[in-house]
Design a binder for this molecule. Structure first.
Ligand code: HEC
Length: 136
């Protein structure tokens, strides 16, 4: 009995520590998030407008752009525009975390291709979010 009570206390302490952490918000590392968004998950390739020659316009990185690849014939669902994600105007941090770790958007379903359904780790998602939040 005493053991069960101790266990209960320990788990209550754990829960309250976890809640304190989430109340403070995510603690992502923006520099690592930049690396993931620009060089690994390649968000920049779709969400940034391009010059006529196809080069990315770096001064407008992540400000939204027409999709630069053609729709494969087999797909019926396809998006023609990748919206602005600099500053994360549309998504709360929690919604964005769900999108990046499960691929499910704020309307409860995956977004249309070619937006990938990411299954990032919590840490990767937090870092990407922290980076996008630093952009104007
Ligand atoms: C291959 C192209 C491509 C890549 C790579 C890509 N996206 Fe997207 N993204 C899109 C398209 C296209 C849409 C629009 C989907 C739709 O309208 O259903 C989109 C939509 C979104 C949205 C939803 C915006 C809204 O208004 O609902 C967010 C947020 C987002 N992307 C974030 C990211 C992040 C973060 C990454 C990198 C980790 C990324 N995307 C990588 C193409 C891409």
């Amino acid at each position: 009995m005493r053991f069960a009570a101790a266990l209960l206390c320990a788990s209550l302490v754990t829960i309250s520590v976890a809640q304190q952490k989430s109340a403070k918000g995510f603690e992502g590392k923006p520099e690592r998030g930049r690396y993931l968004a620009e060089n690994v998950a390649m968000c920049i390739q779709c969400h940034t407008p391009r010059e006529a020659n196809g080069a990315l316009i770096r001064s407008r990185a992540f400000s939204g752009a027409p999709v630069f690849v053609a729709k494969p014939r087999q797909l019926s669902s396809w998006a023609e525009f990748a919206p602005r994600i600099a500053g994360l105007p549309q998504y709360s941090e929690a919604q964005m975390h769900t999108l990046l770790t499960t691929g499910i958007g704020r309307e409860g379903k995956p977004l249309r291709a070619p937006m990938p359904t990411f299954k990032m780790t919590r840490e990767d998602a937090e870092d990407v979010i922290a980076f996008l939040k630093t952009l104007k």
